[in-house]
Design a protein around this ligand. Structure first.
Ligand SMILES: [Zn+2]
Length: 134
């Protein structure tokens, strides 16, 4: 699937990462550069996944580590002030995520969660995507 040479790929990676790009866009560009084609705006599916790859019966969510409370991640620290508010708010997000994932799995979709902190190493992320999408 990966038709690019190593040099080409690192050039692509640099281009993808430059600027103040939203995490979903970075993942989309990376998928595209790896040769995957996908659909956006999947409002018909639980949780409205960011990316849908019908050919692989896979949906992808790109999650912010804080808002979706990435387990054991240094970016997912619960604020010390207004503790109750944040626990309700973030706990609600986590619960909803789990429910949506469950629904999607029952519908026969494979669910891939990409965390924002994983965007720091796009080569590693590219390998992860290729392992999960074949
Ligand atoms: Zn994280």
């Amino acid at each position: 699937m990966d038709v690019h040479t190593k040099e080409q790929r690192s050039k692509n990676m640099a281009a993808i990462k430059s600027g103040n790009t939203k995490p979903e866009i970075i993942v989309r560009k990376l998928l595209f550069s790896l040769g995957y084609r996908y659909k956006l705006n999947n409002k018909d599916l639980p949780g409205k996944p960011d990316i849908k790859l019908s050919r692989y019966k896979t949906v992808i969510f790109v999650h912010g580590c804080f808002w979706h409370q990435h387990k054991d991640c240094k970016y997912a620290v619960m604020p010390k002030t207004n503790r109750e508010f944040w626990e309700n708010k973030l706990g609600g997000n986590v619960k909803r995520d789990a429910e949506n994932k469950d629904k999607l799995l029952k519908m026969g979709w494979k669910v891939l969660i990409i965390w924002e902190c994983q965007l720091k190493d796009l080569n590693k992320l590219a390998d992860l995507l290729k392992t999960n999408l074949k």
